[in-house]
Design a binder for this molecule. Sequence first.
Ligand code: ZN
Length: 139
Amino acid sequence: MTQGCGPVKGANGGGCGVGLTPEQRRILLEHGTEYPGSSPLNDEKRAGIYACAGCGRDLFSSTTKYESGSGWPSFFQPLEGAVETTQDGSHGMVRTEVHCANCQGHLGHVFPDGPPPTGLRYCMNGLALDFRPAAGEKA
Ligand SMILES: [Zn+2]
């Protein structure tokens, strides 16, 4: 995994964007959203770490993942310092957008209707995440 390689760049610009699919780039670079229920990570139950698909930085632990029923992989807490948020006023409502603190790639949104202890729901695009099973889990 490459760490700290700076902002995500496009297909031909080198840097962290290399190796991403067009759909991943649409989400990470253009703030897109995947179709709900489309990510295999919705059903991912193994222990492990969810890293940024753009730069490989660790973002979420499987211990904070829960079944929100939203159709997107959901977490109640990111790893410390892993993500940053901005207010997003598009689509006629104010939402809090979540992006990778390392490469600024767009990940999803956070909503105040999650479970304890945080009460937050980090609603992530599975395509923006790269799951790495913990040692001892089936690959
Ligand atoms: Zn990143």
